[in-house]
Design a binder for this molecule. Sequence first.
Ligand code: AMP
Length: 519
Amino acid sequence: MPKQPVPAIGIDLGTTYSAIAKIDDTGRPITLPNGEGDLLTPSVVLFEGTNVVVGKEAVKALVTEAEDVALCPKRDLGNRAYHKALHGRQYPPEAIEAWILKKLKDDAAKQIGDFQQVVITVPAYFDEVRRKATQDAGYMAGLEVMDIINEPTAAAVAFGFREGFLNAEGIATEPKNILVYDLGGGTFDVTVMEIRGNQFTALATDGDVRLGGQDWDQRLMDLVAEEFIRHHRLDPRDDPNVVGRLWRECEDVKRTLSARAKASIACDFRGQAVRVELTRQKFEEITRDLVDRTLFTTRQTLQAAGLAWANVDRVLLVGGSSRMPMIRDMLVKLSGKEPDTSVSADEAVAHGAALRAALILARSNGEPPRFHIRNVNSHSLGLAAIDPQTKRKRTAVLIPRNTPLPIAAKRTFKTEKANQRSILVQIVEGESASPDDCSQIGRCTVRDLPPNLPAQTPIEVRFRYLENGRLTVNVEVEGTNKKLQHEIARENSLSPEQLDMWRQYISGIAPGAGPKSQE
Ligand code: AMP
């Protein structure tokens, strides 16, 4: 029997919805429906003892068992544990993400046969810690994550493919600048990309990992709750099951208001009820500051790319929340251009990831690549150093944000005192001059330095930052044989042993209650 070719699979692991796509026999990306027949799977997980339910059914459980439901675990990536216990137990957010990936994988495998190799997307604005957690989630789900790529880059690739930039014959020579505005359920990303023939280059990227459709839902929920309090002196937000029901209702009404000028939301709680009539205009008023936050970031990103609106050929809308008319209106006003919605807001990211997977698989078969991707880093990377003048801690940047990747950078520091026996290297990511206000990526200690090392001995620190946003660090102390190729010890990361235990548990190989709870 001929060997089945390895399928090229891409996964959009979204905050509120996830999708999985493959490249079909004609070379085009298609979304694979889940077991319920839907193209999108809610990123919602219900824990009922050892039984774990993902997707639509978990959303339904929000009305009755809200306490045991994990909503948007992606927002908690980078933390040690999900922000609440589920069925009496703490879980690392990446393990919850792994259950979502496993459902996508199992449902897809029923249609196309088993597979392991995938590309998973992440918001461009994700830091190193969250990227690592996403890769770990893939591992725990029994997948082999060939690469992680940025969501807006994936969307741009899907767009480029549609436009024919990637067809051997149709390669466009005219460079095109596109701005990808990606407002999903929980994150916002904006990226400026240049497409020159089959070369996709990110020029600048920025965003907000805590801004998305959920914030619009929350505004509606607060509005209804305030009406409730006004009428009945009761706050429906006190009951998690009512909150679950109200959230579903508000999310629905939000979608209605994308199509209609008015809608109403009903809420009942402890035998009392209110009905709130809402116009689109009112909804836009109570969420204007959220839109403005995205406007501000969009403007800044364009500036960082060194472009004016006149140089932008297309404004590409992706992410489900970009369907809200207020987003389109804001962008028309800001850019003077009608945004492009030609790629499906929900599927573009998964499609781009599948195209990327096809590229990697082709390369491993020795075939020439059909397109190239060049990314930039979304946060500055550096070390916590002591300023020799002020003796205060200061961020010493090795790789400024928006640097094209991959990149290697080095910087020389000096030991502080004579006879120093160890050096602590603390790696940080962010834009603040104070390392304490940056995100802590990890730390490593160079120990057992030879005695009598003079003060001011040079220490060379090298960073190697890959296209997928993963980092390796080398430290060398001059005049000694101390060299450290560092696997950073991450504060909140799971150990390889823990990852293996979770992988077995999630796959159902290891019976029982699974790995020990996180502290
Ligand atoms: P994504 O993570 O890209 O799948 O985006 C999901 C988010 O898009 C959720 O917050 C949805 O409520 C929101 N969304 C999807 N469709 C619409 C719509 N027609 N109008 C407003 N928001 C929408």
